[in-house]
Design a protein around this ligand. Structure first.
Ligand SMILES: [Zn+2]
Length: 365
């Protein structure tokens, strides 16, 4: 256990450490008719992407019309690519592609050292549309062991993961005053709202990746001695192993299952409904190839909450051209779109919640 044998170096590492500080978000409010079980199911699914999604990203660089401080070095931009690849190589049903222009990217990444490291979570990224607005920032060099973990961590947020030390199952009791003193000071210099949002707040059970705390998650911070009171084992500090943990890998594979090579993606025919045949929390993709060019309507049937996304399948991957989220309403997901004969499309669905799971179907007409 060489790491445990050097407590003094652990302490000095952590003392100089800067941490990810997430943008504060307002919790979603539901109509009173949405019961707690249904609301929980929607919250737990709604930040995740639909399978089949190709997430495009762009790293601001020299020549872009953004503040100079946002522009990344070739080294840091390369590390971002490595981190996307590391997540992708776990074998998942979503993919990542570097866009050549910020306006083509869903995730837009800056490198401003004054702004710390942060990212919006999962589909919350869709709310930031301005091509000159960041959805993620890196505040320190990425070509160190800590920097590489930071790149994995922020991409973890972008694909739907929250902070692991805020997992209510961690059962962490903080020395609140010590935490405030530590994070108010340099090099983090956070205000009380940032400290509450990123450390002290417990994330609802519906938003965390499992029912067991994973202290080695890449989404877990390292903590100096004296910040955690319980569990007592971490009073002398917490230091995750580094890299993706087994539970990180298991979570992403379960959230975005990879298509099995021999399983054919089902094809939708006009006017014929197909059962979704998935459980709440799961995601599925269908092919659709229009036989003629016209406006098609696609939709779900049944008392369910879903997000439906329409992709055009191109030689460089899936491009999202429309999406509709019906969660928390009495409506069903619907998309109207003019589709072109000779082009290929996919429709991805994530089912958040269904009163009778077997009853939800999808149709194009
Ligand atoms: Zn974070």
């Amino acid at each position: 256990m060489p790491k445990a044998a050097k407590p003094s170096s652990k302490k000095s590492d952590a003392a100089a450490m800067r941490y990810c500080s997430q943008p504060v978000q307002h919790p979603r409010q539901f109509d009173p008719s949405v019961d707690a079980l249904r609301a929980r199911a929607i919250i737990s699914g709604s930040k995740k992407w639909v399978n089949g999604t190709q997430l495009t990203y762009y790293c601001y660089k020299a020549g872009d019309a953004v503040p100079v401080a946002w522009r990344g070095s070739p080294t840091d931009i390369r590390e971002v690519g490595v981190a996307f690849d590391t997540w992708f190589k776990l074998g998942i049903g979503i993919s990542f592609k570097e866009a050549s222009r910020p306006e083509d990217a869903t995730l837009r990444i800056g490198f401003d050292p004054q702004d710390g490291s942060w990212s919006y979570v999962g589909r919350d990224n869709l709310g930031i549309r301005d091509p000159l607005a960041r959805t993620m920032n890196f505040g320190w060099a990425l070509d160190t062991a800590y920097g590489k973990d930071t790149a994995l961590h922020e991409i973890g947020h972008a694909i739907g993961l929250e902070h692991e030390h805020q997992n209510p199952y961690a059962g962490i009791t903080w020395d609140r005053e010590a935490v405030k003193t530590y994070f108010k000071g340099p090099p983090n210099n956070w205000d009380l709202q940032q400290i509450e949002w990123n450390i002290l707040r417990k994330i609802p059970p519906s938003e965390v990746k499992g029912t067991v705390w994973d202290p080695n998650s890449v989404m877990e911070y390292a903590f100096s001695p004296g910040l955690i009171i319980e569990p007592a084992a971490y009073r002398n500090g917490l230091r995750p192993k580094g890299g993706l943990s087994k539970a990180d890998a298991a979570w992403i594979v379960e959230s975005y299952p990879c298509a099995k090579p021999k399983v054919v993606v089902p094809t939708l025919e006009v006017g014929l409904s197909q059962k979704l045949a998935i459980k709440a929390g799961q995601t599925r993709v269908f092919n659709f190839t229009p036989k003629r060019t016209r406006t098609y309507r696609m939709g779900t049937f049944g008392n369910s909450d879903t997000v439906m996304v329409l992709f055009e399948t191109t030689s460089s991957g899936n491009v999202e051209i429309a999406g509709n989220d019906d969660s928390g309403t009495d409506l069903n997901a619907r998309i109207d779109m003019r589709l072109i004969n000779g082009r290929r499309y996919q429709i991805g669905i994530r089912l958040y919640y269904a009163e009778v799971a077997a009853d939800t179907a999808i149709m194009v007409w």
